[in-house]
Design a protein around this ligand. Structure first.
Ligand SMILES: Nc1nc2c(c(=O)[nH]1)N[C@H]1C(S)=C(S)[C@@H](COP(=O)(O)O)O[C@H]1N2
Ligand SMILES: [Mo]
Length: 334
């Protein structure tokens, strides 16, 4: 006898595509062993109950890191889910579309890697790939990331304070600024090969901070996100995170850090200095010439345009950095 299967509940289209259902289903598949154990977090991050539902779709096989959690920041924030953090990116070397970096950085090779710290230092340093993870004790910090395009995320980064690296290099008293440079690899980065893909920026991507900004305890070198090594699209193997500044200051895939006595040129500032200042401190009172910076779209779950607008805070809410700018007119030095 053939039995007819009669569904008792008829699912509407928008029920099945609802993200909650989708993620619940994937969680179940994982528990049942269908989605591969490599997708499950082991080590540090698991202990804090974070675990993403979509990590098996993430590229370049991130591996778990050992770290301590630093609970000073972000404990009351709703985290942006892993799939948003790793599939909605700005990394023009891999294309200008938000989804381009995740696609085009899939085969980005980051090992071997060399990061050099030189210029006005007593002790120049060169770190190889493994040393990026072993030279300093890693900690996890939850920071807000506010893009100049008026969207924001809340991201658990794994890494170390830049001040620890600077202390090891021993800046000379003449050093006033820190310059950063991204890998310049036309063969690996389609945006460098082709100006149409890369938005016509000058490459390598370069950034800079005043030395006191770079040495501030909030300034971080990140080697991981959500407890695992960075995917290519997030700036593997090592990137800067400066949470009180617009996202473009947080330069990715860094190969070179140079201490200098001159204010370094920076990529977006060179392109349009009236739109992107050297300081780029998050500031709701200083609008971008083409849009308001008074509020932002916080990306949590769901589509970008479903997100609620929240007011933008001065220095992205990190008021402890205010003394760095005590004598400055922030409307002029933006
Ligand atoms: N080398 C490089 N670094 C970069 C960028 C870039 O295009 N190239 N984009 C910046 C911008 S505009 C933002 S908002 C952040 C985004 O970081 P995320 O993709 O990890 O969220 O990276 C910054 N770092
Ligand atoms: Mo950005």
């Amino acid at each position: 006898m053939t039995r007819r299967f009669t569904p008792t509940v008829v699912l509407k289209d928008n029920d099945v595509t609802d993200e909650t259902i989708y993620t619940q289903r994937r969680k179940l598949l994982k528990q049942m062993g269908f989605l591969g154990t490599g997708a499950l977090l082991s080590g540090g991050a698991n202990a804090f109950g974070w675990f993403s539902d979509d990590e098996e779709t993430a590229v370049s096989a991130p591996r778990p890191l050992d770290f301590k959690q630093n609970t000073t920041w972000g404990q009351d924030e709703t985290l942006t889910p892993y799939e948003k953090v790793t599939q909605f990116n700005n990394f023009y070397e891999f294309g200008t579309g938000k989804e381009d970096p995740a696609k085009n950085a899939q085969n980005f090779k980051v090992d071997p890697w060399t990061l050099s710290i030189d210029g006005m230092v007593e002790n120049p340093i060169t770190l190889g790939y493994e040393e990026l993870f072993s030279k300093f004790a890693l900690e996890e910090r939850i920071y807000r990331l506010r893009c100049v395009e008026a969207w924001s995320m809340v991201i658990p980064w794994t890494g170390f304070q830049l001040s620890h690296l600077l202390a090891m290099a021993k800046p000379l008293s003449s050093a006033k600024y820190v310059a950063f440079e991204t890998l310049d690899s036309p063969t690996q980065m389609p945006g460098i090969r082709n100006a149409f893909v890369g938005g016509g920026l000058d490459y390598p991507y370069i950034e800079g901070l005043r030395l006191d900004e770079a040495a501030h305890p909030l300034t971080m070198m990140a080697v991981g996100v959500y407890g695992k090594t960075l995917p290519g699209q997030n700036g593997a193997p090592i990137r800067l995170v400066v949470p009180w500044k617009y996202g473009f200051k947080s330069i990715k895939s860094i190969v070179k850090i140079t201490l200098t006595d001159k204010k370094p040129p920076t990529t977006w500032n060179q392109l349009a200095k009236q739109e992107y200042g050297f300081y780029a401190n998050v500031n709701p009172n200083v609008d971008h010439p083409r849009w308001s910076q008074a509020s932002e779209r916080r990306i949590t779950r769901g589509g970008l345009f479903k997100q609620t607008r929240i007011p933008t805070q001065l220095f992205n809410g990190y008021s402890e950095v205010a003394p760095l700018y005590a004598n400055m007119d922030l409307t002029k030095q933006f």
